[in-house]
Design a protein around this ligand. Structure first.
Ligand code: PMP
Length: 453
């Protein structure tokens, strides 16, 4: 038996994959990735793929990095583990907390570390509950989340997520979640409506939902500045300003899910800065360490921190924490990743490469009959596939067009991961002009081929 077949059989026999059709895995076997080379990943058969999605919207510096390897090795040699409970900290964790606090658009922010996006999201929810209990409003428990949102896979984060396939088999969502519309300017607007009018309508919907539920029962509203998983949905420019005005009227907190948008992805340090969103808390992960270590963070305002202080008077020492919160090796890696971002002139680079990507995609796809919309911000883009441009009708699910695009991508040497009917782009920040060109040319060829079938 070849080594390749050996791996394949063992994977099928022993490994339960995330978001994978088990029948397809048993039939086709796994896609085994062995090495990284800048923004490319290399399969165990030696085939190279340009990973258009930086893995799962995360490997911002690509798939190998000598500097980070050196830093991680040194960190493991000097302190391979320590924690943040009972006042413990490593020098790098302290340094990174300060450096994140100084970057986020929350004045005098405090930083809490966790290990995944989902944990950071759940930490924000617990902090929102703690905050309102501290203010004598313990009945404020409900969280407003949006349709088509993705906020993670743990029980409450999955409940906040607005995707039926994340709920169906698990009896989710849990109670206490109020759902409002996704600000999709391509599909959500009514004829003749400007983006600003659309934002007004969404703000009015939010206001009505709050009044219907009872404002005194609502703790927070959670949103991604740009909704990645729904297909890179960029809200109207005035959306968050109007949402914030409604929330302020009722004293509701605004929580930003910066798990994808944070750390340069939108061309600003944080997506909330790109979209005019003024949050009370922010959850960060992925780009924070370029996913070179499972580490995430939450930034909170001084008012929320004061509530933690006040709660301590009742004898609680902030009863929350993960074994690997503020892991010293993770912190050392984040510290170096942030140093690399600073040295590479990140925001300018992301804005320039992102503009080039969107321009090239628009040129390639302008005459492609199955492309309904090309959109994005920074180095995040979405190309929405439709069967009919005028009616915006989508292909029947049985035609499995997204799976076909993904398969053809691999034939062309591109690792694609369409989100529903949208081909999404979130490449590593290190992509060169030639690699942007490669993505646009190949996706253009794939979509033209599908449109001619
Ligand atoms: N929020 C957003 C916007 C995400 O895209 C993700 C992961 N794709 C999460 C939260 C959850 O992160 P994790 O998988 O690290 O728990």
């Amino acid at each position: 038996m070849t080594h390749s077949n050996f791996l394949r059989e063992r994977d099928i026999r022993f490994h339960l994959h995330s978001q994978t059709n088990p029948e397809a895995l048993r039939r086709d076997g796994p896609i085994i990735i062995e090495r990284g080379e800048g923004p490319y990943v290399i399969g165990e058969d030696g085939k190279r793929y340009l990973d258009v999605m930086a893995g799962l919207w995360c490997a911002s510096l690509g798939f190998e990095n000598e500097r980070i390897a050196g830093v991680a090795a040194r960190a493991y040699r000097s302190l391979a583990y320590y924690h943040s409970f009972s006042g413990r900290a490593s020098p790098d964790a302290i340094d990174v907390a300060a450096s994140i606090a100084q970057r986020v658009p929350i004045e005098n922010a405090r930083i809490y570390f966790a290990t995944s996006g989902s944990e950071a999201i759940e930490t924000m929810i617990k902090l929102a509950w703690l905050y309102f209990r501290g203010r004598g409003q313990p009945e404020r428990r409900k969280i407003i989340a949006r349709d088509r949102a993705f906020h993670g896979s743990t029980i409450f984060a999955a409940s906040l997520t607005g995707l039926p396939h994340m709920h169906r088999e698990f009896g989710l969502p849990l109670g206490g979640i109020v759902r409002v519309s996704c600000p999709d300017t391509y599909r959500g607007r009514i004829a003749g409506e400007s983006e600003d009018q659309f934002a007004d309508r969404l703000a009015a919907e939010l206001d009505e939902a709050i009044v219907a539920e009872g404002p005194e029962t609502i703790a927070a509203f959670i949103a991604e500045p740009i909704n990645a998983g729904a297909g890179v949905i960029v809200p109207p420019d005035t959306y968050f300003e109007k949402v914030r005005a409604v929330l302020d009227k009722y004293g509701i907190l605004l929580l930003a899910d910066e798990v994808v948008c944070g750390f340069g992805r939108t061309g600003e340090w944080f997506g909330c800065q790109a979209m005019g969103m003024k949050p009370d808390m922010m959850a960060m992960a992925k780009g924070l360490s370029s996913s070179y270590f499972p580490i995430s963070a939450v930034a909170l305002t001084p008012e929320i921190y004061e509530a933690i202080d006040a709660a301590n008077a009742h004898g609680t020492n902030f009863g929350h924490g993960f074994t690997n919160s503020a892991h010293p090796v993770g912190a050392a890696i984040v510290r170096e990743v942030l140093a690399i971002y600073d040295e590479m002139n990140l925001l300018e680079r992301v804005s320039r490469q992102g503009k080039l990507l969107r321009e090239r995609l628009s040129e390639e796809l302008s005459d492609c009959s199955i492309v309904g919309d090309v959109r994005g911000r920074g180095l995040m883009a979405g190309v929405e596939i439709v069967e009919d441009r005028n009616s915006k009708a989508v292909f029947a699910v049985e035609k499995a067009v997204p799976a076909q695009i993904e398969r053809m991508g691999m034939d062309y040497g591109l690792m694609l991961r369409p989100q529903g009917n949208t081909v999404t782009f979130c490449p590593p920040f290190i992509v060169t002009d030639e690699q942007v060109e490669e993505m646009a040319n190949k996706v253009g060829a794939i979509l033209r081929e599908i449109s001619s079938l």
